[in-house]
Design a protein around this ligand. Structure first.
Ligand code: CU
Length: 69
């Protein structure tokens, strides 16, 4: 089932940071769409809640070197 979440993320400073986070999260199984914004300090994620949950996404964000608020 498709679900969506907006996660507050700090540490993104430019479009390059957005791209690396987009790439990292898009690679997760079950992630359908990602939109990271360093200006909004936020990442919007659509995902299949049967395959992963919000914690898995947050873990990947932290692994990518950013901070979940
Ligand atoms: Cu950057």
């Amino acid at each position: 089932m498709s679900d969506s979440v907006a996660i507050n993320v700090t540490g993104m400073k430019c479009g390059g940071c957005e791209n690396s986070l987009n790439t990292k999260l898009s690679a997760l199984k079950g992630v359908l769409a990602v939109k990271a914004s360093h200006l909004d300090k936020r990442v919007d994620v659509e995902f299949d809640s049967a395959q992963l949950d919000v914690e898995d996404i947050e873990d990947a964000i932290i692994e990518a070197g950013f901070k979940v608020e």
